[in-house]
Design a protein around this ligand. Structure first.
Ligand code: HEC
Length: 151
């Protein structure tokens, strides 16, 4: 419901912009990051374009997490593919692991997920990283750099 309204507002702004009838500041065109009715961050993919938060999540993931979890969250020999993990983990479970870290002892040695709770680059972008990973896990987003709609 709100989503539809937002999109209508956007095409409206676009129409006005095209007509050159008004100058609209960037603040007015700002979108709310998508949330589920339960208040869990989620994503929007419209004709292959993603919301700004999901796009930010893509960028943050590939600056901090991909070294272990692989490009496109597809996993590596160091760490599990989060495209699979996010099919199973809830938002709260996801947050818990990222903030507190985790360590599992296996036959081939320790597997360590670092603690990111004190890293503002991660903490402040955790919802967006979740958005991106959830979109990947749901199969809503192919690998590679997504394009975003909006500014
Ligand atoms: C230094 C390597 C490394 C980095 C960097 C890293 N992780 Fe991990 N991560 C791991 C390992 C190893 C595990 C598996 C830990 C285990 O088996 O207990 C893991 C587990 C996880 C899990 C739980 C997966 C599951 O299936 O239960 C999540 C969620 C996760 N990482 C998210 C992230 C996010 C988000 C980032 C970036 C902010 C990140 N990780 C960065 C190594 C890393």
């Amino acid at each position: 419901m709100t989503m539809t309204l937002r999109f209508r507002a956007r095409s409206c702004l676009l129409a006005i912009g095209l007509a050159g009838a008004a100058v609209i500041g960037p603040a007015m065109a700002e979108e709310e990051p998508p949330m589920t009715p339960d208040g869990v961050p989620t994503y929007e993919v419209k004709e292959g374009l993603v919301d700004r938060g999901t796009y930010n999540g893509y960028r943050r993931f590939h600056s901090v997490c991909h070294t272990c979890h692989g490009f496109d969250a597809s996993g590596s020999s160091f760490a599990p593919p989060l495209v699979d993990s996010l099919k199973r983990l809830s938002y709260d479970e996801f947050k818990e692991v990222v903030i507190n870290g985790r360590q599992t002892q296996g036959a081939t040695g320790d597997k360590v997920m670092p603690t990111f709770g004190l890293d503002p680059n991660v903490v402040q972008n955790l919802d967006d990283i979740y958005r991106y990973l959830k979109a990947r896990a749901d199969g809503a987003l192919p690998g590679g750099r997504p394009k975003r709609y909006g500014s």
